[in-house]
Design a protein around this ligand. Structure first.
Ligand SMILES: [Zn+2]
Ligand SMILES: [Zn+2]
Length: 147
């Protein structure tokens, strides 16, 4: 894994680099720190997705570029009906294909406090945070398996 933080945008060489980006992105937020991370992988094995969602509502859907399978990540299905989704596009090269990963900030009791959805452009490697939202309920740890 390799992260280049020298330019305007952080760039990574593989999906796991999203984790380092999200950890840095959240380190400036008081009381919120990403300690757990999952890379999204389609059942077909692909990690390349079209990503769309509503960052305000906290709802994100990924569509596998290889097999077309759609997945509403984490608990997005609870809010998707009210969402006004926009397609995730790379800020540098405008590519719409991304790898995706979810970072989790845990409460002291190990339930999930906040989720962060990170992306990596498969074309140029730019890392970004697409959406984040609070998880205000428990049990919540099943979300770790729904990135
Ligand atoms: Zn697939
Ligand atoms: Zn790009």
């Amino acid at each position: 894994m390799s992260v280049d933080a020298s330019g305007t945008w952080w760039r990574g060489t593989e999906a796991r680099d999203i984790r380092a980006y999200l950890e840095a992105f959240t380190s400036s937020r008081r009381n919120v720190r990403v300690t757990d991370y999952r890379t999204a992988i389609c059942p077909c094995g692909s990690k390349a997705f079209l990503v769309e969602g509503d960052p305000k509502e906290g709802a994100v859907r990924r569509t596998c570029l290889n097999c077309g399978t759609e997945h509403l990540i984490l608990d997005s299905d609870e809010r998707w009906e009210d969402a006004a989704p926009v397609r995730c596009r790379c800020v540098d090269c405008a590519c719409e294909v991304h790898e995706l990963g979810a970072g989790f900030a845990l409460r002291p009791d190990k339930e999930i406090a906040w989720v962060f959805v990170g992306v990596r452009c498969v074309n140029c490697g730019v890392l970004g945070s697409f959406a984040d939202w609070e998880i205000g309920y428990a049990p919540s740890r099943h979300l770790l398996d729904l990135a």
